[in-house]
Design a protein around this ligand. Sequence first.
Ligand SMILES: [Zn+2]
Length: 119
Amino acid sequence: MEDGTVHLDNNLAGFCEALPKLSQFARQQQVSPVLDDVLRKIREGALVVDQLPRLGIPRDVFEGQRSTDHMIVPGLGSRSAAESYSCPNGRCDRQVRRTPGGPVPECWLLDRPLRRTRG
Ligand SMILES: [Zn+2]
């Protein structure tokens, strides 16, 4: 998996992070079954960009967007008190800082707690 030939889906981190909002959107638009199917496809390896239009969302909505909780600021990187968590199966490159004592962040895509990477 880590030999460099596996291309990370750049949109997955943004998608994963936006999922709570997306499911709300899907309920409002009454397309929750479509979202369920989209999620299943993405878990099976489909690209986010190919699935977004099915929800009426532009393919490029997450393009180049880094997870906003990806708080790695050069020069400020030594706040090692915070634990860092990432996607449990490495599918997306989402990195979440856990507030000390706060709840373990979840991967919305997999519906599983994120895996602790360091801290
Ligand atoms: Zn994830």
